[in-house]
Design a protein. Structure first.
Length: 94
């Protein structure tokens, strides 16, 4: 599992986790509703919750690492921002 998924798949006390990110990226409606019975189950090693969010979002034509970075900053998730930047070569981000 990706380090970014390890950070965002865990429930955040302020709700700033994969569910908030999915809504801010505009794909929350494509995923299971937060709080649904299936939502509480462990997604297993094959696909993390964040993987599902990013998979749905990547079908958008304007899905970029820069946009993901901006949303993580907006959510105040500096830990996730650091994880993202550790994965993305700077020349691809700029």
């Amino acid at each position: 599992m990706c380090v970014l998924a390890k950070v965002l798949d865990r429930r955040h006390p302020g709700g700033r986790d994969w569910t908030s990110l999915s809504r801010s990226l505009g794909v929350g409606h494509l995923l299971r509703a937060p709080g649904a019975a299936a939502d509480t189950a462990d997604p297993g090693p094959a696909l993390s919750r964040l993987d599902a969010v990013l998979d749905a979002w990547s079908t958008e034509t304007d899905a970029t690492v820069r946009d993901l970075h901006r949303q993580l900053v907006r959510l105040g998730r500096t830990d996730a921002v650091e994880a993202l930047l550790s994965l993305a070569p700077l020349y691809k981000y700029v």
